[in-house]
Design a binder for this molecule. Structure first.
Ligand code: 6PG
Length: 267
């Protein structure tokens, strides 16, 4: 079931909400949207730039993309994978977002290795790693001076506290207006993280949020049912102006937002 909200008062992109039966259905529907975005990007720009999400929810999507019928519908040679965030760990670490994507997707599809642009989370100097990743992004996108990169597709999860990528509630990273990549210390995790910044996410052509499970229902209600900007809910700050914003939710995650019965709940 797909619901669309009207354009936000401030001209924010409308929210399109896809309520899926379960995680499998969420993976299938998000994979269909991924293929559609890839077709559009490659036909217009001969390449498809994607910022991958970390965490566990995207696993189902990545597995679907690696198998039939989706894998053969994707022009892998034109796909370029980046990460929206990464942990400060080596690429073979169990907590690595790169490792999760490699295990579920990259190792199973014919994407050229040079098209896989991981964040060097293993570097001892996290700030240098963030700068190096920003340089890699600049070299790929080569935007006019002072302009932001524009990913064809950004995939994001949402934490129960409203964080997305590694933009956590109240983080100074939410104020970043110049850098494309930062490496904030995340107090609640007692760890450094790497994350793309809000202006990068908000210049994307499409943002697809993926959320599943009952534990996400309260935050999904907060994110999709209200529009007030709040640094306490970073996921609500993702507003790709001129871009599309889709939410792929299973019924449990959508359960409190009243999305199952009417469209009135969407501002
Ligand atoms: C990460 C993610 C993070 C994640 C949310 C939701 O590196 O952990 O970028 O933002 O998307 O925490 O995670 P789940 O999908 O596991 O619920």
């Amino acid at each position: 079931m797909t619901l669309s909200s009207k354009m936000g008062d401030s001209g924010d992109p409308p929210k399109e909400i896809v309520v899926c039966l379960d995680r499998e259905d969420l993976g299938r529907q998000a994979a269909e949207a991924f293929v559609k975005a890839a077709d559009e990007a490659v036909s217009l720009r001969r390449r498809f730039s994607v910022s991958l999400a970390g965490g566990s929810t995207p696993r189902t999507l990545y597995r679907k993309l690696a198998g039939r019928p989706f894998a053969e519908r994707i022009p892998w040679r034109a796909v370029h994978l980046f990460w929206g965030d990464e942990r400060a760990v080596p690429p073979d670490h169990p907590e690595s977002n790169y490792r999760m994507a490699d295990e579920t997707l990259i190792s199973k599809v014919p994407i050229p290795p040079e098209n896989v642009h991981r964040i060097p989370g293993e570097w001892s100097d996290a700030d240098a790693a963030a700068e190096a990743y920003e340089e890699a992004l600049r070299s790929f996108f080569q935007p006019p001076t002072g302009k932001w990169p524009s990913f064809d597709l950004v995939l994001l999860g949402i934490g129960p506290d409203g964080h997305t990528a590694s933009l956590f509630p109240g983080s100074p990273a939410l104020e970043e207006k110049a850098r494309w990549v930062v490496a904030p210390y995340v107090e609640k995790l007692n760890a450094r993280r790497f994350t793309l910044t809000l202006p990068v996410f908000n210049h994307a052509r499409q943002v697809h949020f993926l959320a599943a499970g009952k534990e996400k229902a309260p935050i999904i209600k907060e994110v999709v049912s209200k529009d007030a900007l709040s640094q306490e809910i970073p996921a609500r700050l993702i507003r790709p102006r001129g871009g599309k914003r889709l939410f792929f939710l299973d019924r449990e995650a959508a359960g409190l937002a009243g999305l199952m019965d009417s469209k009135e709940n969407l501002p």
